[in-house]
Each structure stands twice: as structure tokens, then as C-alpha cells.
Design a protein around this ligand. Structure first.
Ligand code: G
Ligand code: MN
Length: 244
């Protein structure tokens, strides 16, 4: 009903006005030094408590671009401060963001810092609906952004996103990382992905590492970058550092 829709829209409005970004470290496999961090959406709207709920609301209300722009401008402010000092910021895109002209605009807030940004595109969702996908991704690369395929191994698209996006970086989904030290099947899958990526000059990030045993095996399998609770949980930064 109209009223329910109205409530829903105002809940989204509050989520949009109040969301924050949390940051989780990504470290180099060899040295353990910080390479960068991933920005993750955190909602403080009780009726849309998880990032997925906010994104689904944005989809239903056809406000995905608006949410994406707000996330990117918050990320740009953060890059101007000292929050991600070690360098590269990984930022999740919704597939619909790829169709937003503002993302490709030279004057957009993030573009000036493009060389520090990795745009993550999930393999969970279909990219079929994005018009001119190839041209848009090429344009992002010309602007200096790097492109990552996110959640590899969890999606339904098989490896087609690999072909379409020609990623600079691949992030292996944590469902393949969990217990990789004790499960030969996962180990073989991760090893072959890492081999293919090395062959193609693609950097590999292993996501969701929780134990030293997983870490050790992933280094041996040839992952370049590591992310997970073992190295750090996503942390909100103090709002004073968000600057203006
Ligand atoms: O889809 P994407 O890979 O961007 O999602 C990352 C999510 O995984 C975040 O919500 C983050 O909180 C969660 N996460 C990050 N590291 C770990 C981990 O080591 N273990 C688990 N269970 N979740 C993690
Ligand atoms: Mn991600």
C-alpha cells in the first residue's frame, strides 16, 4: 500500500542520511604489511540493519545511483584524511553503479584519487543488464581505477565476469577460504585460481581468513593479498576524522 511504501521510503531516507563506512585492512601476504583496506557499508537504520537490506531497498526504490554516489563521496572524504594511510582503498560497486555516468565523470569526487582505488564488482550478481559494459569498464581503467572481481567462487556467473571485466585483481570468496588448510578440494581450487591469475598478471586477494593455518596455506598457494578477521575486523572510524 501507499502508506507502507511511504514508510519504506522514509526508512531508506534515514539509512541514506545516516550510513557510515567501516574499514577492514588488507595486508600483503609476504610481509604482513598493510596494503590498503576495504570500505564496507554500515547502516544505523533499525529497519534496514544490514548492508544487503539497504541495497535491496535502494533497488526497490530505484535509488541505487543515489546510494552509490553518497558512498563514493564519503569514501572520497575519507581518502582526503589519514584513515587509510597504507594506500589502496577497495570499494564495492553495485552492478547498476556501472551504468551511472557520474562514476565515469572526470570531475566526480573519487576520480582525482582513482589510482588509489580498486572498484570491486561482485560475481554474485549478473552484469547482463549493464549497457556498454565493456566501454564503461575501459573508461574506468583510463581514469586510473583498478577493477576487482569480488566473491569469486560464490556466484552464479561462473567465470564469465572474469572474461567481461578483465580484472586487475580477483578476490576469492571466503566460502573457498574457510578450512582451506584441512580441505583438499578447496586447496586445489584456490591453487588453480591463483595459478591462472598469476599467468594473467592478476593479483589475488584471499578474503575471510580467520586462522593462522588458513593464512599459511594461502601464502603457499600463491595469494598476493590477505583479508579477514585474523588481520582486523571492519572498524568504523571516529566521525571526527570524516572531515568536511
Ligand atoms: O561481499 P564482500 O566480500 O565485500 O563482503 C565482505 C563481508 O565479509 C563483510 O561484511 C565483512 O564483515 C565480512 N568479513 C570480512 N572478513 C571476514 C572473516 O574473516 N570472517 C567472516 N566470517 N566474515 C568476514
Ligand atoms: Mn567486497
Amino acid at each position: 500500500t501507499v502508506e507502507r511504501t511511504g514508510d519504506f521510503a522514509s526508512a531508506f531516507e534515514r539509512a541514506l542520511a545516516g550510513f557510515r563506512l567501516a574499514f577492514q585492512p588488507i595486508v600483503r601476504a609476504e610481509t604482513g604489511e598493510q596494503y590498503g583496506c576495504e570500505a564496507l557499508l554500515r547502516s544505523f537504520e533499525p529497519s534496514l540493519p544490514h548492508p544487503g537490506a539497504v541495497l535491496r531497498a535502494a533497488e526497490r526504490l530505484e535509488r541505487v545511483h543515489e546510494l552509490g554516489r553518497a558512498i563514493r563521496s564519503q569514501a572520497a572524504r575519507i581518502l582526503g584524511s589519514d584513515v587509510c594511510p597504507a594506500g589502496t582503498l577497495f570499494l564495492n560497486l553495485h552492478p547498476q553503479d556501472l551504468a551511472d555516468e557520474q562514476l565515469l565523470d572526470v570531475g566526480a569526487p573519487l576520480t582525482a584519487q582513482a589510482s588509489r582505488i580498486v572498484l570491486e564488482i561482485t560475481e554474485r550478481a549478473s552484469l547482463d543488464g549493464v549497457p556498454d559494459l565493456h566501454r564503461r569498464v575501459e573508461r574506468l581503467r583510463e581514469l586510473g581505477f583498478r577493477i576487482a572481481v569480488d566473491d569469486l567462487g560464490a556466484g552464479y556467473a561462473g567465470l564469465s565476469s572474469f572474461v567481461v571485466l578483465q580484472p586487475d585483481i580477483v578476490k576469492i570468496d571466503m566460502s573457498l577460504i574457510r578450512d582451506v588448510d584441512s580441505d583438499p578440494t578447496r586447496r586445489k581450487l584456490v591453487r588453480s585460481m591463483a595459478d591462472v591469475c598469476r599467468d594473467m598478471g592478476i593479483q589475488v586477494v584471499a578474503e575471510g581468513i580467520e586462522t593462522q593455518a588458513e593464512r599459511q596455506v594461502l601464502i603457499e598457494l600463491g595469494c598476493d593479498l590477505l583479508q579477514g578477521y585474523l588481520f582486523g575486523r571492519p572498524e568504523l572510524m571516529p566521525s571526527s576524522e570524516e572531515g568536511t
